[in-house]
Ligand binder design. Structure first.
Ligand code: GLN
Length: 304
């Protein structure tokens, strides 16, 4: 049996003195307010035991981590037809790039770059009665936690400054790959990204990816084949142009966000979330990546 508590405490101690913690995202002004010294890790294992250290219970902006949850909901609704709207190939480009969109006729490379997540938001917008309310209920249900909510201040901050996303959405719309009003889709996308959750809550929400599509309470949200596919996209695209580096260092499927969170999982074994708001040049949490590298090295648990 792996003693996760001992391991994560060791990791937290080893990273405590690191001075270069990266840079907090400031292109969404509200995120620039966050204290760079925050640090938390939480692990939930397959037997539902939880292990935490540091700021593991403090809520933060999950940002692009939400894209794994929105694509799961869209996949469950649309099935394989979803992949006609968005591809499953790594882009090798930063999360907010537009160049490939023009060359590839408005079909984004994958659901984890912003362009792809905006198309997924459009799919959900077309299929949900009340997109913001229904997506929030979905996340609360899979995490079994009614306290999860959007952070309205963060959402508004991004509505005001999300110029590249506005450009991407309009470019995609020009190719006919957005069905709804661009402003409505973006408002939904920005809210989805503004979800405020802690490391503990994130491991509960991502449990179903680790458990063949079934949440901690045993409810099925994806078939095991669908869970496998989303995990594959997390491995190949979850960290944008740093997906190769994350697979190389950590060896797990995962998803990052510019709020400084990362969730990673080993199917049938555990789900881990880290939070350290300072980012590296690729927009992924600097210490979070180091912590997860140590987690898989110290425990010997990775997909490889
Ligand atoms: N909401 C952010 C954006 O659209 C999400 C980016 C991220 O977390 N990588 O730019």
């Amino acid at each position: 049996m792996t003693d996760f508590q001992e391991v994560i405490e060791k990791i937290a101690r080893s990273l405590d003195s690191v001075e270069d913690r990266g840079t907090v995202a400031s292109y969404i002004p509200e995120l620039a307010q966050v204290d760079k010294n925050k640090f938390g890790i939480y692990v939930t294992d397959a037997a539902n035991h939880g292990y935490g250290v540091g700021d593991a219970d403090q809520g933060f902006s999950i940002q692009s981590i939400s894209k794994a949850l929105s694509v799961a909901q869209a996949f469950a609704i649309l099935g394989d037809k979803l992949w006609q709207r968005v591809d499953v190939e790594p882009s090798g480009d930063p999360f907010n790039h537009l160049s490939l969109l023009e060359q590839e006729n408005g079909i984004p490379r994958n659901p984890f770059i912003n362009a792809g997540a905006i198309v997924v938001a459009d799919v959900l917008f077309s299929h949900l009665d009340n997109p913001k309310k229904d997506f929030l209920s979905y996340v609360r249900n899979i995490a079994n936690d009614e306290s999860i909510d959007y952070d309205e201040k963060v959402a508004i901050s991004e509505v005001k400054t999300g110029f590249k996303n506005i450009a991407a959405a309009n470019l995609i719309k020009s190719f006919g790959n957005i069905e709804n009003d661009v402003d409505d889709v973006l408002d939904f996308y920005f809210h989805q990204c503004s979800l405020k959750m802690s490391c503990r809550q994130l491991t509960h929400a991502f449990y179903f990816f680790m458990n063949g599509g079934k949440c901690q309470q045993g409810r099925k949200y994806l078939t095991s084949s669908q869970a496998k596919r989303i995990n594959a996209i997390m491995l190949t695209c979850g960290f944008y142009d740093e997906a190769g580096e994350f697979a190389f260092e950590v060896g797990l499927p995962g998803k990052s966000g510019v709020g400084g969170g990362i969730v990673a999982l080993l199917p049938n074994k555990f789900c881990a979330a880290t939070w350290s708001p300072g980012l590296n040049a690729k927009g992924n949490s600097k210490l979070g990546m180091k912590a997860l590298e140590q987690l898989t090295t110290l425990t010997g648990l990775s997909i490889f």
